[in-house]
Design a protein around this ligand. Structure first.
Ligand SMILES: Nc1nc2c(c(=O)[nH]1)N[C@H]1C(S)=C(S)[C@@H](COP(=O)(O)O)O[C@H]1N2
Ligand SMILES: [Mo]
Length: 263
């Protein structure tokens, strides 16, 4: 029973996104919106790349997102989206408190790598107190600790043809009739190499909680919350986003959100 409610709530959330983005009518609107032939999608895709280009022109590649002081952390990071993945692979890792976890780095790299949590924790760490902005209309300031993604990319030696970092996650999202699809996200190499882009294993001076993406989630501080993949299984370097999901670069992007969720 509770499982049904959760799934249904997720489905309603997803349907709500479509409904709040454009006026829709009838029950076939949801599927229509998802189809790649939809003129609405085309329009949004163009607006999307325009936002990206404008932001890239206006924002210095290394401009930092604001950082806050410890006294501005008023509560724990508010959990949102998936908060307790139920896949067998994830449950097996969780049972051993992630001792067997390995972050894989694959795709367009000279040296495919994998890292245990201890290996990540032994790399130089960065801690930052930043504000998380969710499109649902809430924000939360938290202290994040992790390893800069740039350091991982340097070790793996990114090939020149790579343009994107794709984050593969352990959790799946229920799309009602379309079934469950894995959460995934992607960013360009400018954001990937940004100094505040970290793979976080700590939050507010504790090990990252399951509700917030344990064992590892990304922080991309100049973009919206949905970009910050939790429950990261692996990262993949790619030259195009076409092969992943429905090809728009992320779970929510495949439903019409902007790929560049700049704030
Ligand atoms: N794997 C995964 N990552 C995710 C999500 C998710 O459902 N699954 N939700 C996103 C959204 S919409 C937000 S606002 C943040 C929530 O992170 P938090 O639970 O730590 O606040 O995670 C993002 N990353
Ligand atoms: Mo969000």
């Amino acid at each position: 029973m509770s499982r049904f409610i959760v799934n249904r709530r997720k489905f309603l959330t997803v349907a709500g996104v479509a409904a709040s983005t454009i006026p829709l009518s009838g029950c076939d609107a949801f599927d229509g919106f998802l189809s790649s032939q939809s003129p609405v999608r085309d329009f949004m895709a163009k607006a999307n790349s325009l936002t990206y280009r404008v932001q890239r022109m206006l924002i210095d590649a290394d401009a930092l997102a604001p950082e806050f002081s410890a006294s501005e952390v008023r509560q724990g990071q508010r959990p949102n989206g998936s908060t307790d993945p139920t896949g067998e692979d994830y449950l097996a890792l969780k049972e051993k408190t992630f001792a067997d976890y390995r972050l894989t780095v694959t795709g367009l790299v000279e040296k495919p790598l994998s890292f245990s949590l201890d290996e990540l924790r032994n790399m130089p760490a960065r801690t930052q107190i930043t504000r998380h902005d969710c499109v649902e209309g809430w924000s939360c300031i938290a202290k994040w600790t992790g390893v800069q993604l740039a350091k991982i990319l340097d070790e793996a030696k990114v090939k020149p043809e790579a343009r994107f970092v794709v984050f593969h996650c352990y959790d799946t999202m229920n799309l009602g009739l379309s079934g469950a699809v894995p959460y995934y996200e992607s960013i360009d190499l400018i954001d990937a190499r940004h100094p505040q882009t970290i793979l976080a294993y700590g939050c507010n001076d504790e090990a990252l909680r399951i509700a917030n993406g344990a064992p590892l989630r990304v922080r991309i501080e100049r973009q919206l919350g949905y970009k910050m993949a939790k429950y990261i299984k692996g990262i993949e370097l790619a030259s195009t986003l076409a092969p992943f999901g429905s090809g728009k670069g992320g779970f929510w992007e495949d439903l019409g959100y902007e790929w560049y969720g700049g704030i």
